[in-house]
Design a protein around this ligand. Structure first.
Ligand code: AMP
Ligand code: ZN
Length: 469
């Protein structure tokens, strides 16, 4: 049994899925107007650990993560860069996938882009009109009428007593205090340039919140199991997603809402607007590896704020070296023998502690503590020559089981890729950056450097593919 804290009910609940042993899950993805920062990656690595924990418990998982490639921010960015929207967002999408790989994040099953789902969004607006929940304002934009949807505010626990019927917010993002009718469809204005689609309500573009209701229901059904995001997504984004989906279908949208707390830097939220952020490539350029960064990002309880420091990266490096040393010694001892014997008592006990921690609302700090007990116990047994060849193989299998959730021991292997040496990883990251900056000469030069090291790089829609020659 697994237990998770549900932001909707504000209690820890037993996981109950719609279909036996199967989870349908939606995770809000990046707005592709910039390189994602490691605060964003705290959210994506939390979701990755959640996905892996479900798989560890024998669930089949269908995960959908959207790409927000049209909204206020992407339009502003493409205008400032003087290029069409798609040209502006493409390199950031590529960089995003290459960063996920560098952090050993397992790919979702579907990555739908908002601009590929405008018809689905228009159909959703039509349903909201049919149910009396949408209206067109004088300026041509279409709004969701919050006062007409009885469940509004149930996720954010809003007090709606001060609601002024018809008060509207046009921006995609706003504070709790300024809630009101939000835009489903924004009538074209000069700032939108050539970012425009036809609709029954005139030319325009979708409001940001609409895409996640439309795309989640398209790929997962009108009701599905889990929806996740960072805590800042809870209001208004997720509240509005519920209103749009339940308003249109009359059915419950999502059973379990999970949100991770923020990554902070010196006590402040890490965010693009505060300018206090690091991207993954910033840290890789400073000599840290994706593996060390992943270790730091997941090693805290997801519902507690995590303070990012370089000391934590340093500690991750030391801790991982200890794991590597132990796994190396066990591998040597085990030789070619396969797991399948009887686990030493201590290894079985540690495995149990690990599983209980994971199942209890993803208590990853405790899961790591179990991993290090395994390191300690294995080292002691090895030192005292108490470990048979078979037992060494079995202890290794426990490391692998734990690592199927944590993804830091046999780094890269679980994603079906070769592990990249730090040097190669750094070159690949800087090449992605060069490509994003349209520095084709630089990108070619780095390709040659990689070739000289014996690595071949190919460019694809999902980013760079790197192979040993
Ligand atoms: P955005 O690209 O701004 O839409 O954000 C993508 C994801 O990152 C969302 O799930 C956000 O809630 C999450 N996020 C943004 N900033 C942080 C942060 N400092 N810590 C953790 N998650 C964050
Ligand atoms: Zn979303």
């Amino acid at each position: 049994m697994m237990f998770f804290y549900n932001s909707l009910t504000r209690t820890k609940e037993t996981l109950k899925t719609l279909e036996p042993k199967r989870v349908k899950m939606y995770t809000c993805g990046p707005t592709v107007y910039n390189f994602a920062h490691i605060g964003n990656f705290r959210a994506y690595t939390f979701e990755d650990v959640l996905r892996r924990a479900l798989l560890f418990n024998g669930y089949r998982v269908t995960q959908v993560m959207n790409l927000t490639d049209v909204d206020d921010k992407t339009i502003r960015g493409s205008k400032a860069a003087g290029v069409p929207l798609k040209t502006f967002t493409a390199p950031f999408i590529e960089a995003f996938f290459s960063d996920l790989k560098a952090l050993n994040v397992q790919p979702a099953e579907v990555y739908p882009a908002a601009t590929d789902h405008i018809p689905e969004m228009l159909t959703l607006i039509e349903k909201l009109f049919a149910r009396g929940l949408a209206y067109q304002s004088e300026d041509g934009s279409v709004y969701f009428s919050v006062a007409k949807f009885p469940g509004y505010g149930k996720l954010a626990h809003l007090d709606l007593s001060g609601l002024r019927a018809g008060a509207r917010v046009a921006q995609d993002e706003y504070e709790k205090e300024s809630y009101g009718d939000f835009a489903l469809w924004k009538a074209w204005d000069a700032n939108d340039g050539d970012v425009v689609w036809n609709s029954p309500w005139g030319r325009g573009r979708p409001g940001w919140h609409l895409e996640c209701s439309a795309m989640s229901m398209k790929y997962l059904g009108e009701t599905f199991d889990i929806h996740t995001g960072g805590i800042d997504n809870l209001f208004p984004h997720h509240e509005n997603e519920i209103a749009q989906a339940e308003g249109a279908t009359g059915k419950p949208f999502v059973n379990l809402w999970m949100h991770c707390a923020h990554l902070r830097v010196n006590g402040e939220k890490m965010s693009k607007s505060l300018g206090n952020f690091f991207t993954l490539r910033d840290l890789i350029a400073k000599g840290w590896t994706g593996r060390e960064i992943r270790y730091v990002l997941i090693n805290g309880h997801y519902r507690q704020a995590l303070n990012f420091t370089f000391d934590a990266l340093e500690a991750a490096r030391t801790a991982l070296a200890r794991v590597d040393e132990c796994v190396g010694a066990l591998t040597e001892k085990a030789g070619s023998s396969q797991a399948g014997g009887k686990l030493p008592k201590w290894a079985a006990a540690v495995r149990e502690v690990f599983a209980a921690a994971v199942d209890d609302d993803l208590n990853i700090p405790e899961a790591f503590a179990a991993l290090f007990s395994l390191v300690r116990e294995s080292n002691t047994a090895l030192r005292q020559n108490l470990l048979s060849v078979q037992e060494a193989a079995d202890a290794l299998a426990v490391f692998d089981a734990m690592d199927s959730v944590l993804g830091v021991v046999r780094f890269g292997r679980t994603a079906g890729d070769e592990t990249l040496p730090a040097e190669v990883e750094a070159l690949v990251a800087s090449r992605a950056e060069a490509r994003a900056n349209k520095d084709w000469k630089g990108a070619d030069r780095i390709r040659d450097e990689l070739a000289a090291l014996g690595w071949e790089v190919r460019d694809s829609k999902e980013g760079q593919k790197v192979k040993k020659r």
